[in-house]
Design a protein around this ligand. Structure first.
Ligand code: IMP
Length: 204
């Protein structure tokens, strides 16, 4: 049987491998049905517009762009950190939080800005959120994953990326940056959203 081609609208190799690994974990009956392709696999090198004010909007924008321009079934994701005391900021601006200070996509500057903004604030509750939008067989499906926790007072750990050194998931005494990738994937927003997507694909 021919595999169904499904494009993941990203060039992030870690994200692609995570989806492939989860599909394989479902058993050969599922992984043999789908072939996951990246943007470079289909020759998409352009900058896909992503200017919505919500994660779902951005994920839809990316998936729709690839669907319309390349005529393929595809899915896209968008994630970020939401801090309650800051009105759910940085949200969709997570990667560019410190842009107003002259830093673009700068993880250290982003972490510094967040720690500064929370300096005198008691409520440090935060959550990571991922939304995945799938456009397949003429239908749209949305999947979400949330990981609740809090922002620590200082950095701890060296693993991971982004806000990992200052995010401590609920029920744990260490930050994401102090976890192995397996530990983090088991509870992370992205892991949850990807597992929801894979569960859906399994049922098709
Ligand atoms: P993306 O949509 O997955 O590329 O995530 C956008 C931004 O959100 C990243 O550049 C990070 O700043 C932040 N972010 C999303 N997921 C994580 C995570 O698992 N750990 C730390 N930061 C994250």
């Amino acid at each position: 049987m021919d595999k169904k081609k499904l494009v993941f609208a990203t060039n992030n190799v870690n994200k692609i491998n995570e989806v492939k690994a989860l599909l394989e974990a479902c058993g050969s009956a599922v992984s043999e049905r789908y072939e996951i392709l990246s943007l470079s696999d289909i020759g998409c090198v352009e900058d896909i517009p992503e200017n919505s004010s919500t994660f779902a909007g951005n994920a839809f924008q990316k998936a729709e762009y690839v669907h319309v321009h390349y005529n393929v079934d595809c899915f896209a994701d968008d994630s970020g950190l939401e801090v309650r005391a800051l009105g759910m900021e940085p949200g969709v601006r997570s990667a560019r939080y410190a842009q107003d200070e002259g830093f673009d996509h700068d993880k250290e500057a982003n972490n510094d800005k967040l720690l500064r903004n929370l300096k005198r604030i008691k409520d440090r509750t935060a959550q990571f959120r991922t939304v995945i939008v799938l456009l397949m067989d003429g239908k749209m499906q949305e999947f979400e994953g949330i990981c609740r926790g809090e922002i620590t007072k200082e950095r701890s750990g060296v693993q991971g990326f982004g806000y990992d050194p200052i995010f401590r998931p609920k029920g744990y005494d260490k930050t994401f940056a102090e976890m192995t990738m397996e530990e983090k994937n088991a509870i992370s927003h992205r892991g949850k959203a990807v597992r929801a997507l894979v569960d859906y694909l399994k049922e098709q």
